[in-house]
Design a protein around this ligand. Structure first.
Ligand code: SF4
Ligand code: SF4
Length: 239
């Protein structure tokens, strides 16, 4: 959200109206310029989740000049994003957790303002050139925000599952069938077995690191990406 104050919103289309529509569609992915916000604890790792390479994510359509034209794509590199508001609504399940709404004035605000992330500063729905130019470059990675011990845990979690390959295969299958739910009985038996094994490993790994107080529960989605079982449910797969 562009935070310029608009005193007469209905008579201009050159300024941000603070309608919050962009924030309702989802929080930003973080870039190098946002590192300082994490260093200063304005954004904590508990506020973040990772979308791993090969998983599905909505990306701005780089061929389009409209912010409303986003595409569901396989990610080519990992993204660190601000989590959605835990009180999800059906209409806006990805609404940014830092979005505030003032009932009386019917305006929206950002709890991080004026220290909101780079993408939020660059995004202006009436002119998306800046955000489209910056979107793919200088992304922050988990490694830059993690200690060597945490990086070792992330690597151990990743090597314990076949998720990088399975997740990509499943996402490709989903896109190829026009984003319709996947019928589990149409998947090869070997794949279903591997999905079960990956989901079980993921759940067990998360439980152990929390039980042993190695990592905090609310930071798991930053370290390991979203829980595999919950991603499968989004595809319509209940194991
Ligand atoms: S950038 Fe556009 S969508 Fe976002 S708050 Fe401003 S006017 Fe609304
Ligand atoms: S961080 Fe603030 S400006 Fe950015 S999407 Fe969230 S609420 Fe909107």
């Amino acid at each position: 959200m562009n935070q310029q104050k608009n005193t007469n919103p209905k008579k201009t289309n050159n300024l941000c109206l603070r309608c919050g529509t962009c924030c309702l569609k989802g929080g930003p992915a973080l870039h190098q310029a946002d590192y300082i916000l994490i260093k200063n604890a304005q954004i904590k790792r508990s506020h973040l989740f990772s979308i791993l390479k090969g998983e599905l994510a909505y990306m701005p359509n780089l061929e389009s000049d409209s912010s409303s034209n986003s595409l569901l794509c396989l990610t080519e590199q990992e993204l660190i994003k601000i989590k959605p508001n835990p009180q999800k609504t059906l209409q806006y399940p990805w609404a940014c957790m830092f979005l505030t709404q003032e009932k009386q004035s019917k305006t929206t605000g950002c709890k991080l303002h004026p220290n909101h992330p780079e993408e939020c500063k660059l995004l202006f729905c009436q002119n998306t050139k800046q955000i489209l130019k910056a979107y793919q470059i200088n992304r922050l990675t988990r490694a830059e925000l993690s200690t060597p011990d945490e990086q070792a845990l992330q690597a151990a979690h990743s090597s314990g599952t076949n998720w990088t390959q399975l997740g990509t295969e499943l996402a490709t299958y989903f896109i190829n069938q026009q984003n319709n739910f996947i019928e589990i009985n149409k998947l090869p038996k070997k794949m279903v077995k591997e999905l079960e094994e990956s989901a079980n490993f993921d759940n067990a790994f998360r439980s152990i690191v929390v039980e042993r107080k190695v990592l905090k529960q609310d930071e798991l989605d930053f370290h390991f990406g979203r829980n595999i079982t919950s991603i499968l449910k989004q595809f319509g797969i209940y194991l």
